[in-house]
Ligand binder design. Structure first.
Ligand SMILES: [Zn+2]
Length: 480
């Protein structure tokens, strides 16, 4: 805790200065903070580069286990193919080697399902924290996520309280958070007030965006926190609230924060010296970590880069050809459904000219959302389509809501509709979960039907995928 310098301690300090009787003992501690790494271990374009980042920490920040704590604000996984395909294993081994001490459970840590999360927790050398989660011990392994960490680092009593993001239930499939209860942030802080008081330095490590941290700041300050760290919004914000730094991490290993504190062990006083954000300069790399990344890249390339089809020219990201190809593949995989739709944000890239591989598809749809089939009225279907302008199949909105069977959508009739689990859970402001009946959670990733369809077409340089495309405009072009 930062304490006010009293007259008495001032006297002691002066006395010590002249007499040499009480020798001030300063202990420096630095916090290296990243967030939302999203598996960007490989250096690609302006993103990524874990081996480079670690080398920078060694050279510029002189990290060592005595003076440094390395922590993450969560969302370690879900990003480029190397991370998503290995279900976090590649990124985890790299973060282990980077000597992270703690991470928060971000919403994306749940993406691979609870079983996989249990394995990740078992294999991580750093600990995951989340004080606002209550786990049903029958479903979730005991003691795998801790609410806080309390330890002595080089003579300084450190307390780190973790907060996961309470919006997680709307951001991942329901089954991925089964048996987990999310507790109010303020109540959680209150619960640990005694531990916070006894610490020399208290850190609130969270997966919360800056605005949420700002709301918590008065209470956190009153309770004795010295530093608030957050993530989730990827913006890289650095502010101070009454001498207490508040840091929101950036993302994709583009930058990191270094917050330096000095603890006077004689006076039991802590003050922060500086905090700065540094870009990942990527001008040198740490060989031991680089070789781990190379190993994962080589082993995954065999599967990820194997050609499954061919495009003779680019199929752009925001083209009706790509939209229709993807959404039609869903209806082909589940012919019992009449309509399919998805949020435009779920389709991130186009198909470049040349060989198409699983890696291409993971770039197009990087999210590990699954397909769900729901029963929905024509009225609710129209509501979602009209207000949020999704990409559709099985229906042509521009032709007056004409279905593939030639009939017109009826308000009071029920339809089987395929959606992804993200929008099913009302992500992106869709109204599905509360306006439909869940018929089936397929458990199948949304990119699988596209993978199957492209393979089925058996395309090659003399019979390219482009010849199978449908350019029909089913919805209006929009910036949604
Ligand atoms: Zn997040």
């Amino acid at each position: 805790m930062i304490k006010k310098i009293s007259r008495y301690s001032l006297f002691l300090a002066i006395f010590a200065l002249f007499s040499g009787f009480v020798e001030a003992k300063n202990i420096d501690i630095q916090i290296i903070f990243t967030s939302d790494e999203h598996g960007w271990i490989l250096k690609e374009g302006k993103d990524g580069g874990s081996a480079e980042l670690f080398d920078q920490w060694l050279k510029k920040d002189s990290i060592d286990s005595r003076n440094t704590l390395i922590v993450s604000g969560g969302d370690n996984f879900t990003g480029p193919a190397i991370s998503t395909y290995t279900k976090g294993a590649a990124a985890l081994e790299v973060m282990n080697s980077m000597r992270y001490n703690y991470s928060i459970l971000g919403n994306h840590e749940f993406d691979f399902g609870l079983d996989r999360l249990s394995e990740i927790l078992k294999n991580s050398k750093f600990r995951y924290l989340a004080a606002n989660l209550e786990f049903d011990k029958n479903i979730f392994p005991v003691n795998c996520v801790e609410p806080y960490a309390s330890f002595n680092q080089n003579g300084v009593n450190v307390f780190i309280l973790g907060l996961a993001n309470n919006e997680t239930p709307g951001l991942t499939s329901e089954k991925n958070i089964k048996g987990i209860r999310f507790v109010d942030y303020q109540k959680t802080l209150e619960k640990y007030k005694d531990q916070i008081k006894t610490a020399d330095i208290a850190i609130l490590l969270t997966h919360l965006c800056f605005e949420e941290l700002e709301k918590l700041a008065p209470k956190a300050k009153a309770l004795g926190f010295d530093l608030l760290c957050g993530g989730h919004c990827h913006r890289g914000i650095d502010k101070v609230y009454e001498d207490m730094p508040i840091v929101e991490g950036e993302s994709y290993n583009r930058s990191y924060s270094n917050i330096k504190f000095r603890f006077d062990d004689t006076k039991k006083e802590l003050r922060y010296l500086s905090f700065e954000r540094s870009a990942n300069l990527r001008d040198s790399k740490y060989e031991a970590i680089s070789s781990i990344i190379d190993k994962w890249r080589d082993s995954t390339d065999i599967v990820l880069k194997a050609p499954i089809g061919y495009a003779e020219s680019e199929i752009p990201a925001k083209s009706h050809e790509l939209y229709n190809l993807i959404l039609d593949s869903w209806l082909k995989a589940y012919p019992e459904a009449q309509v399919a739709f998805t949020n435009r944000g779920s389709i991130r890239q186009g198909i470049p000219k040349g060989d198409i591989s699983l890696s291409t598809l993971m770039g197009i749809m990087p999210f590990d959302n699954e397909l769900s089939i729901v029963e929905m009225s024509g009225k609710d279907l129209k509501f979602n389509i009209d207000s949020l302008k999704p990409v559709v199949a099985g229906i042509n909105v521009k032709k007056g809501y004409k279905l593939s069977n030639g009939k017109t959508l009826q308000d009071d009739e029920k339809y089987l509709v395929i959606v992804n689990s993200f929008i099913y859970n009302n992500g992106d402001k869709y109204q599905i979960k509360n306006r439909s009946k869940l018929i089936k959670n397929t458990g199948v990733n949304m990119r699988v039907p596209l993978y199957d369809l492209i393979k089925k077409h058996k395309t090659s340089w003399n019979r390219a995928l482009n010849t199978f495309l449908d350019s029909e405009k089913r919805v209006d072009d929009t910036n949604h």
